[in-house]
Design a protein around this ligand. Structure first.
Ligand code: NAD
Length: 470
C-alpha cells in the first residue's frame, strides 16, 4: 500500500514538489478566484494628459469630508470650482457659503439621486472630485471619465475586483486619470521616509506595516445623522476583511515601488470576531428604539490583519481596527537590511534607537524638493492676508495633483494604484471567508510593472512645483 502511494506520487510528479506527508489536499495549489490580468489597451502609468491652465473642478458629495475638500481645492492656484453637487440642497448652500469670500462662484446641483450626472456632462469641467459613500465611487468615476473628465475619488476607488478592472479599462480607453485621495508620500515625515528608502538609508526594504486604526465606534458609526443614511455603519455589517486599507498601504506601495518595479502577488487575511459593535447596538437599543434595527447583525470582526508578499519577496502587513480605544499608531513601520523605523523612531542597530535630534537631522537631510516647494507655497500664503483663505487645509497631495494637471505631468497616484489598493478589501474578504487561505492578487498593470518608470517624482526632476497656494 505504502509503495503504491509512493509510485503514484512519482508518476504524477508531485513527490518532487514536497507534498509527501503534507497530504494531497492542495497545499501547493494557488487560489485564483478573480481575473488576474488583461491586455492593456494603453498604459496610463506615466501618461501626460494635455496641460490645463485653469482646472475646472466639480465636487460631488458635500458631507463631512466633501466640505473640507471644497475648502482645500478652493485654496490652490489655478483651480476654479464650477459646480457643487449633493443630494441635500442645504449642503450645496453651505458649500457655496464657504466659497463666498473667494473668487469661486459654483453652480449648485441637488435634489435627485442622478443630479451628479449633469455635473459630469458639463463641458467646462476638467476634474470631478467624488466624495460620496463608498458604493457610488466607481460608477461616478467611470461616468466622469466617459464624459472626458479626470476623476478624483475618495477611498476606496472600487469595492469589488470587477469594479477595479472597470476603472482600469475605462481610464485606459478614455485616457482620463482616476486618482484616489489617499495618504501619500508628498509631504511631512512620509516624504522624507520615502526619500530615505530611495537613498538606501534602510538598505534593502524587506518589510513594512501600515494600518487604519481610528476609533469610529461611538462618535461616528453609532451616531445618528453623522453619515448619509448611516452608510458607514451599514458597510460594517456582513463584511469581514480589511475595509479601509488605502491610508496604510499607499505610502508603503510608494516606498516599495509597487506597480513600477514590484507588485503584490499574494495576500492572506485574518479577522477577529466582533466584540464591540453588536454590544454597542444592544446598549443603545435599550435606551432608544431607533437602534433596534442594528441589534443581532453580523458585524465586521473588530481587528483585521492582512499580510501580503510581493514579487520581489518583500512582506507587507496592513491592520484595520475602527472600534477599539487604541491610539493611532504613527505610520508606517519600515524594516530593511540596514535600518528600522517605527512610531517616530529610527535605528540602524538593534541595541539602540537614534535620539530625536539625530533622527531629525536625517529627516532634514532627506526632505525632498517637492515637500520643500509645497511648504514654501504654504508659507507664502500665510504671509498674504486674503479673506477666506484656507491654505492650512491644503495637503501636499492635493496641491501636487493640481500642479501635475497644470504642468501636463503624470499624476502620482494613478488608476493602477487606486485599483491595487482597493482590491485589498475584496481579496481580504475572500481570504477571511475561506479560512484565511492565500489568494492571488490581480496584476492591474498586466505585466507593465516590470518596465514602468518609477513614479512619485519627489525631487521634481521632471518639472512642476509651479503652483501656488491661496
Ligand atoms: N481621505 C480621508 O482622510 C477621508 C476622511 C473622511 C472621509 N473620507 C471618505 O470620504 C467619503 C465621504 O465620507 P463622509 O464622511 O463625507 O460621508 P458623508 O455621509 O458625511 O457625506 C456623503 C455625502 O454624499 C452625499 N450623497 C449621497 N448620495 C449622493 C448622490 N447620489 N448624489 C450626490 N450626493 C450624494 C450625501 O448627501 C452626503 O452629503 C467616504 O468615501 C469616506 O471614506 C476620506
Amino acid at each position: 500500500m505504502k509503495n503504491n502511494r509512493r509510485d503514484f506520487l512519482k508518476k504524477s510528479g508531485l513527490a518532487g514538489l514536497g507534498l509527501m506527508g503534507a497530504g494531497l489536499s492542495g497545499s501547493n495549489k494557488e487560489n485564483t478566484p478573480f481575473k488576474l490580468n488583461n491586455r492593456n489597451s494603453f498604459n496610463m502609468h506615466g501618461y501626460k494628459a494635455p496641460k490645463i491652465d485653469t482646472v475646472g473642478v466639480a465636487i460631488i458629495g458635500l458631507g463631512n469630508r466633501g466640505t473640507g475638500t471644497t475648502r482645500r481645492l478652493a485654496s490652490i492656484e489655478g483651480v476654479e470650482i464650477k459646480a457643487l453637487c449633493d443630494l441635500e440642497p442645504d449642503r450645496v448652500e453651505r458649500g457655496k457659503e464657504i466659497l463666498e469670500t473667494t473668487h469661486h462662484r459654483p453652480d449648485g446641483y441637488s435634489g435627485g439621486e442622478d443630479e451628479w450626472k449633469k455635473v459630469c456632462e458639463r463641458d467646462d469641467i476638467d476634474l470631478v472630485a467624488i466624495v460620496t459613500p463608498w458604493h457610488l465611487h466607481t460608477v461616478q468615476c467611470v461616468y466622469a471619465m466617459e464624459n472626458g473628465k479626470h476623476a478624483y475619488t475618495e477611498l476606496p476607488a472600487a469595492n469589488t475586483i470587477d469594479e477595479c478592472w472597470e476603472l482600469v479599462e475605462t481610464s485606459e480607453r478614455t485616457k482620463m486619470h482616476c486618482v484616489q485621495m489617499s495618504s501619500s508620500c508628498h509631504g511631512g515625515r512620509q516624504a522624507a521616509l520615502l526619500n530615505m528608502v530611495r537613498n538606501g538609508v534602510f538598505g534593502e526594504l524587506i518589510h513594512a506595516e501600515g494600518a487604519y486604526v481610528h476609533d469610529l465606534l461611538n462618535d461616528y458609526n453609532f451616531t445618528k445623522h453623522m453619515y448619509h443614511n448611516m452608510w458607514r455603519l451599514n458597510e460594517n455589517i456582513g463584511r469581514h476583511g480589511s475595509l479601509y486599507p488605502q491610508h496604510g498601504f499607499i505610502p508603503i506601495s510608494q516606498m516599495m515601488d509597487l506597480n513600477y518595479g514590484d507588485t503584490v502577488e499574494h495576500l492572506v487575511s485574518v479577522s477577529s470576531n466582533d466584540f464591540m459593535m453588536g454590544e454597542t447596538a444592544k446598549k443603545l437599543a435599550a435606551e432608544d428604539s431607533y437602534w433596534e434595527q442594528y441589534v443581532g447583525k453580523d458585524y465586521r470582526g473588530n481587528m483585521n490583519v492582512t499580510t501580503m508578499k510581493t514579487a520581489k519577496g518583500k512582506t507587507i502587513v496592513i491592520q484595520h481596527d475602527v472600534t477599539s480605544p487604541r491610539p493611532r499608531p504613527q505610520q508606517p513601520l519600515l524594516s530593511g537590511t540596514e535600518g528600522f523605523y517605527a512610531n517616530g523612531r529610527f535605528a540602524t542597530d538593534h541595541r539602540r534607537y537614534y535620539t530625536d535630534e539625530e533622527f531629525q537631522e536625517l529627516v532634514d537631510q532627506y526632505t525632498p524638493e517637492i515637500t520643500k516647494v509645497f511648504n514654501e507655497a504654504v508659507q507664502q500664503a500665510r504671509n498674504t492676508e486674503r479673506a477666506g483663505h484656507s491654505y492650512f487645509n491644503v495637503t501636499a497631495t492635493d496641491w501636487r495633483l493640481i500642479d501635475s494637471l497644470r504642468n501636463g505631468l503624470p499624476v502620482e497616484i494613478d488608476v493602477y494604484d487606486a485599483a491595487l489598493s482597493s482590491a485589498i478589501t475584496p481579496l481580504s474578504e475572500w481570504s477571511v471567508a475561506n479560512r484565511f487561505n492565500s489568494v492571488r492578487v490581480p496584476d492591474f498593470t498586466s505585466g507593465a510593472w516590470k518596465t514602468n518608470q518609477r513614479g512619485m517624482d519627489v525631487n521634481l526632476e521632471n518639472g512642476g512645483g509651479t503652483t501656488g497656494i491661496l
